[in-house]
Ligand binder design. Structure first.
Ligand code: FNR
Length: 212
C-alpha cells in the first residue's frame, strides 16, 4: 500500500473517465479537474480504458491479460482516485465497471482498498449523470475505497464548456475544484500507524538514539 502523501511530495491522483468516445464530456471534465489543481497535485489520467479486456474469472492469476497489471499498478501508486462517469441507461458504462472489477481482484488484493476516491460525471441531460455517479460510489465502496459522498453532476454538458475547456458556470467550476481539494485533503490526512507516521516515528527514534 502507498503511504499517505505528505508535504514532502506531490499528491498523485489517478483519474479515469468511463467513456471511450473521442469527444467525451467526461474526459473533458477530468482534464478540467487536472487543470484546476495546484502544483502540489499531479494527475495521472488513464486513457487506455479501451484496451482493458473483458473481465473473465478464468483468466485471473497467471493468465491475467498484460493490460490489467498496468492499470492496477497505476491505481496502486496513486494517493487518490477520481472517476468521471457517463450515464448509460441510468448506470455507469460497462467499460468502466469492467475496469473496476479488474482493479478489485483477486479477493483481498483490491488496489482500491482504503484508497480515497471521488466521483464526478457529465451528461447532456438535465441530471448530469447523477444516477451513474451514485452507482460508481456504491461499487467503489463495495471494493473498499474510502469514497467521498460528494457528487459533481455536470448537466447539459454539450453546452457547459468554453473553447479553452473551462466550465462556463463559475459556481460549478468552483465546486469541481473544491471536490478535488477535498479528495486531496483526504489522501493527505495522516492515519495513525500507517507508513507516513512510521517514518516520523523512526526519525524520532533515531533522534533519541543519537541523543543518548
Ligand atoms: C446515453 N445517455 C444517457 N444520458 C443520461 O443522462 N442518462 C441516461 O440514462 C443515458 N443513457 C444512455 C444510454 C446509452 C447506451 C448511450 C450511448 C447514451 C447519453 C449520454 O449521457 C451521452 O452520450 C454522453 O455524452 C456520454 O458521455 P461522454 O461519452 O460524453 O463522456
Amino acid at each position: 500500500m502507498v503511504p499517505k502523501s505528505t508535504d514532502s511530495r506531490p499528491t498523485l491522483v489517478f483519474a479515469i473517465a468511463g467513456s471511450l468516445r473521442a469527444a467525451s464530456w467526461n474526459t473533458m471534465l477530468v482534464q478540467r479537474a487536472a487543470a484546476l489543481v495546484p502544483e502540489t497535485v499531479v494527475f495521472d489520467i488513464f486513457d487506455e480504458l479501451g484496451t482493458i479486456p473483458h473481465f473473465n474469472q478464468d483468466t485471473e492469476g497467471d493468465l491475467t491479460p498484460p493490460e490489467v497489471p498496468a492499470l492496477r499498478d497505476r491505481i496502486e501508486r496513486a494517493d487518490a482516485v477520481l472517476v468521471a462517469t457517463p450515464e448509460y441507461n441510468s448506470a455507469m458504462p460497462g467499460v468502466l465497471k469492467n475496469a473496476l472489477d479488474w482493479a478489485s481482484r483477486p479477493p483481498g488484493e483490491s488496489v482500491l482498498a482504503d484508497k480515497p476516491a471521488a466521483v464526478i460525471g457529465a451528461s447532456p441531460g438535465r441530471f448530469g449523470a447523477q444516477r451513474a455517479q451514485a452507482g460508481v460510489r456504491r461499487v467503489l465502496a463495495a471494493i473498499g475505497a474510502e469514497v467521498l459522498e460528494d457528487e459533481l453532476p455536470l448537466a447539459r454538458a454539450h453546452e457547459a464548456f468554453d473553447e479553452q475547456g473551462a466550465i462556463k458556470d463559475a459556481e460549478i467550476e468552483a465546486s469541481l475544484a473544491a471536490l478535488v481539494d477535498k479528495l486531496v485533503a483526504t489522501a493527505r490526512a495522516p492515519v495513525p500507524g500507517e507508513p507516513a507516521d512510521l517514518a516520523v516515528y523512526s526519525v524520532e527514534c533515531q533522534r533519541l538514539a543519537n541523543a543518548t
